[in-house]
Design a protein around this ligand. Sequence first.
Ligand SMILES: CC(C)(COP(=O)(O)OP(=O)(O)OC[C@H]1O[C@@H](n2cnc3c(N)ncnc32)[C@H](O)[C@@H]1OP(=O)(O)O)[C@@H](O)C(=O)NCCC(=O)NCCS
Length: 142
Amino acid sequence: MTTHTEIRVFEAGDTDAVVALWESAGLTRPWNDPRADIRRKLAVQPELFLVAVESGRIVGSVMAGYDGHRGWLYYLATVSDRRGAGIGRMLVEAAETRLIAMGCPKVQLMVRTENEGVRGFYDSIGYEPFDIWMTGKRLIAD
Ligand SMILES: CC(C)(COP(=O)(O)OP(=O)(O)OC[C@H]1O[C@@H](n2cnc3c(N)ncnc32)[C@H](O)[C@@H]1OP(=O)(O)O)[C@@H](O)C(=O)NCCC(=O)NCCS
């Protein structure tokens, strides 16, 4: 029997499972409170915060945003026992579909330098690396 994977908008009741997913996927950092990140996202374009669900279990997430110029993806993760099953691709495509519907011309994301292993995934889904360095400043401490 093939597993049915549903992509739907995040709901508040998903919080614990999504935080656990991010922690196990290595996406959280001590200076970034994931629950605060979720609260902020629920206030800004919550319809672009998506989860993948199989038989009621959260198996993936992606948090997208459109700033009026570019679309961004954050917190893309799938549970370790379901990797390679196409869920990551489904999540990215679902986010892209919603961004296109908003008129967003390009989507991009940041990958931590140490996360070399994920390059093959982005190559597979048609994302092209570009030569840039990032800079930033924290405005609100968590
Ligand atoms: C990156 C991640 C979301 C990929 O999710 P996934 O559900 O395994 O991806 P998919 O099954 O949809 O894979 C899509 C394609 O990418 C390929 N792929 C997936 N992971 C890969 C990897 N590490 N190296 C090379 N190719 C990879 C798959 O083989 C598949 O290729 P195909 O379509 O040609 O068969 C998942 O590995 C993950 O959660 N990693 C930890 C968190 C993380 O690093 N997130 C990204 C932050 S920038």
